[in-house]
Ligand binder design. Structure first.
Ligand SMILES: *[C@@H]1O[C@H](CO)[C@@H](O)[C@H](O)[C@H]1NC(C)=O
Ligand SMILES: *[C@@H]1O[C@H](CO)[C@@H](O)[C@H](O)[C@H]1NC(C)=O
Ligand SMILES: *[C@@H]1O[C@H](CO)[C@@H](O)[C@H](O)[C@H]1NC(C)=O
Ligand SMILES: *[C@@H]1O[C@H](CO)[C@@H](O)[C@H](O)[C@H]1NC(C)=O
Ligand SMILES: *[C@@H]1O[C@H](CO)[C@@H](O)[C@H](O)[C@H]1NC(C)=O
Ligand SMILES: *[C@@H]1O[C@H](CO)[C@@H](O)[C@H](O)[C@H]1NC(C)=O
Ligand SMILES: *[C@@H]1O[C@H](CO)[C@@H](O)[C@H](O)[C@H]1NC(C)=O
Ligand SMILES: *[C@@H]1O[C@H](CO)[C@@H](O)[C@H](O)[C@H]1NC(C)=O
Ligand SMILES: *[C@@H]1O[C@H](CO)[C@@H](O)[C@H](O)[C@H]1NC(C)=O
Ligand SMILES: *[C@@H]1O[C@H](CO)[C@@H](O)[C@H](O)[C@H]1NC(C)=O
Ligand SMILES: *[C@@H]1O[C@H](CO)[C@@H](O)[C@H](O)[C@H]1NC(C)=O
Ligand SMILES: *[C@@H]1O[C@H](CO)[C@@H](O)[C@H](O)[C@H]1NC(C)=O
Length: 619
């Protein structure tokens, strides 16, 4: 093992020199078996790397949980803390100042209450998630969660976090979790629809401060098609705005997310990742040239076309929290692009009939819009019965097109006037900055479901399939659902590798649509949850019926999706992914709801619909 590890590191070092993008300094700080040898036997047993002949963890029925005899002692946590240079944080829920106790503070509570929907305050907190519903909403500001009766508990929040700033911190955390049998989770910003960055009784590897970015104009690593050209290497804590600013400075363009708060180099890109440039350059994972990660064994490895190629295949689309903790990703950069944008809303004084005729007309444009490489972020909000819903297209994003080229795509025959003001941006960053304000954290209670709609659904207006698609969308809005949708293509760009674990459903898609229901947070929550779950399942059945053989985007998906393996990964891809998972994480150190190979475990929460507030046990 020790020899192997040294060899691996030596090889990696060589590889990184060849590519022109060396290991980051934080990646050179590694834990080695030699470091473990200097510890006493007792301490070494908590920090050692995995060996092939390791016995199974002691409590094999469930992950070790707070209160168990096997839960690490304070001294053992102190060992982890000293091994991670004091980066260990015991969880204090963000809204603690709002509750009785030593942290109670009226001013801080007022600030938190007023800013609770602001993503910025959650992304710099080690554990606060942006989908609080899955951690059990156990400690929100009281005025936002009146049913909590003045109590603030950890709920589904991890017990401890490591504020990781070196690879050695991550290795120590993984080894400690594996050797003690406790649960492990990973958080960057916490922007996750499925609650993957929460988990009661877990140790959280917090990757938010892995912010290094490096650029080379002449990447020369071994890549698909022997790519040579500009590339970025970015730490897994890097967010969309950070990589976009770096790209603007270097005079290139990169494929990243829409959202400011999304940590693009973690769960986003590993789960595929859609972006305003997807209609021309494909899914974000298609641009990956290589990745560095720490495996469940504690080993630090590179995954690329020539180093761990199977893992490289799986990491491009197979999802986060599954194969390891990614520390950095190297992605292609593309030439600079001008962008034309506009935003519009249907007038508020139109009839409901005209409204739906307008939506219908919009859908007929999807094949030509996506073929032209454009992207549209649109919203349909229901309204009270008998009044017209709301339609918002914000933005329509036309990379590489001039204003006249964009205008020529739009020949709508609408039953109402719709003036459009076009803006042309010389490069990507100003277009993105003007078009995508920071997204708020959704604090309201509700479930999300999503579906990828193939281009073929929109090809023949007036066909049975087109009509059924339109009707499925309209019925959801009439049932009170809000739609957050994308007119987007996810095809592989000819210069990129078509063989990855990206959900094949992306390749045919012209629309990714999310539907969400919302309930009243002051009611009988358990009953409302059950009702909302049943309702969403019904809506999703209708969406699936009009998109047979398609799937859903893992990164913005329903935690409770029926048949998630096929929906989120594609049946054949899923089979391959499970093989990779078994090979690389035989002890199931990494677990997340709806992640590859997660079927064998469940969170035993008391919640009727299920959340992260409970012990993780074998099914
Ligand atoms: C093992 O897990 C069970 C739950 O299945 C728990 O009740 C028990 O305390 C655990 N045992 C130890 C020794 O931690
Ligand atoms: C184990 O590690 C802790 C923390 O570094 C240290 O205080 C303790 O002395 C070590 N125990 C032994 C037996 O060496
Ligand atoms: C870890 O060590 C640092 C520095 O000594 C300390 O500030 C912090 O409170 C410790 N964490 C825990 C969980 O004890
Ligand atoms: C969100 O919070 C950050 C700092 O935490 C602040 O800079 C920003 O202005 C806030 N945004 C809004 C919309 O209030
Ligand atoms: C709050 O109190 C009500 C009424 O006593 C009770 O039904 C409910 O379960 C309590 N909720 C919590 C989260 O403790
Ligand atoms: C985490 O580490 C970063 C980088 O060292 C530091 O700036 C930040 O304050 C730390 N956060 C917490 C909550 O400890
Ligand atoms: C690089 O080019 C050679 C020769 O065309 C080819 O055999 C090899 O597969 C290419 N490498 C990759 C990773 O595509
Ligand atoms: C709706 O309002 C616009 C702008 O005020 C006006 O021009 C138009 O005639 C109105 N349409 C209807 C159907 O009332
Ligand atoms: C952008 O437009 C130019 C000129 O029409 C064309 O040569 C280039 O291939 C386009 N780039 C992409 C990425 O489509
Ligand atoms: C689809 O709907 C349109 C508009 O309502 C209608 O004219 C057309 O006949 C329908 N097509 C089919 C195949 O039913
Ligand atoms: C669809 O049918 C309507 C009449 O119901 C007709 O006005 C329209 O031209 C048809 N559209 C296409 C693309 O065939
Ligand atoms: C939620 O329920 C409370 C109490 O039943 C009621 O006062 C309030 O108006 C409801 N809010 C909404 C948005 O329905």
């Amino acid at each position: 093992m020790g020899q192997f590890l040294k060899l691996a590191i030596a090889f990696q070092f060589l590889f990184s020199i060849i590519s022109g993008l060396e290991l980051f300094n934080f990646e050179k700080s590694q834990l080695t078996p030699r470091d473990i040898l200097t510890q006493s036997d007792q301490n070494a047993s908590l920090l050692k790397f995995a060996e092939r002949d390791d016995p199974p963890p002691l409590n094999t029925t469930c992950k070790v949980f707070p209160g168990d005899a096997l839960w690490p002692s304070d001294a053992q946590w102190a060992l982890l803390n000293s091994t991670t240079d004091g980066a260990l944080i015991k969880t204090i829920p963000l809204a603690s100042p709002c509750y009785p106790g030593p942290l109670s503070n009226t001013d801080q509570c007022s600030y938190l209450t007023a800013n609770w929907a602001n993503s910025s305050i959650h992304m710099v907190d080690p554990t606060s998630p942006m989908s609080p519903i899955w951690q059990g909403r156990t400690c929100e500001p009281p005025t936002l969660a009146p049913t909590l009766n003045g109590t603030c508990t950890l709920g589904g929040l991890p017990s401890y976090s490591i504020n990781a700033t070196t690879v050695s911190h991550i290795q120590a955390g993984i080894n400690f979790a594996r050797n003690t049998g406790i649960r492990l989770v990973i958080k960057n910003t916490g922007h996750d629809f499925s609650g993957k960055s929460s988990g009661a009784g877990s140790l959280n590897i917090w990757t938010h401060y892995l912010k290094d970015i490096a650029f080379t104009a002449n990447y020369a690593g071994d890549a698909y098609g022997n790519y040579s050209g500009p590339a970025f290497k970015a730490g897994s804590g890097v967010q969309a705005w950070e990589i976009y600013e770096a790209a603007e400075k270097e005079g290139v363009t990169v494929v990243g997310g829409e959202g400011r708060t999304v940590g693009v180099m973690g769960g986003y890109i590993l789960g595929g990742g859609h972006s305003p440039l997807s209609s021309i350059y494909g899914i974000a994972a298609d641009s990956i040239l290589s990745l560095n990660l720490v495996l469940a064994s504690g080993e630090f490895v590179t995954a690329s076309p020539t180093s761990n190629p199977t893992l490289f295949w799986a990491l491009r689309g197979g999802g986060g929290s599954t194969f390891g903790v990614v520390t950095s990703v190297t992605i292609k950069a593309y030439p600079p692009l001008p962008v034309t944008t506009f935003s519009l809303a249907f007038p508020p004084n139109i009839t409901t009939t005209d409204f739906w005729n307008g939506v219908r007309s919009y859908l007929t444009f999807f094949p030509s819009f996506t073929a032209a490489g454009t992207y549209g972020y649109f919203f349909i909000f229901p309204s009270s019965p008998d009044s017209t819903p709301t339609f918002l297209l914000s933005p329509f994003f036309a990379p590489n097109l001039s204003i006249p080229q964009t205008q020529s795509l739009l020949t709508p025959s609408l039953p109402f006037p719709l003036p459009i003001t076009y803006t042309h941006h010389a490069t990507y960053l100003p277009a993105w900055t003007a078009s995508f304000p920071q997204e708020p954290v959704s604090r309201s209670s509700g479930y999300f479901g999503s579906r990828l709609f193939p281009c073929s659904n929109f090809l023949s207006p007036n066909s049975t399939l087109f009509n059924a698609t339109f009707s499925a969308i309209k019925t959801s809005v009439e049932a009170g659902y809000s739609l957050i949708s994308f007119q987007i293509r996810g095809a592989v760009h000819p210069s990129n590798d078509p063989d990855s674990a990206v959900n094949p459903a992306w390749r045919e898609a012209a629309m990714h649509s999310i539907q969400t229901n919302v309930w009243n947070a002051t009611g009988d929550i358990a009953a409302l949850e059950v009702e909302a779950r049943q309702s969403l399942n019904g809506r999703m059945e209708e969406w699936k019926a009009v998109t047979p053989g398609s799937g859903a985007y893992l990164g913005e998906s329903d935690r409770g999706e029926t048949g998630w393996q096929t929906s989120f990964y594609g049946a054949e891809t899923y089979g391959r992914l499970v093989g990779v998972k078994r090979g690389v994480d035989p002890g199931e150190v990494f677990w997340a709801k709806t992640a590859v190979g997660s079927e064998g475990w469940e969170v035993r929460s008391g919640d009727p619909v299920g959340n992260e507030d409970g012990r993780l046990c074998r099914v």
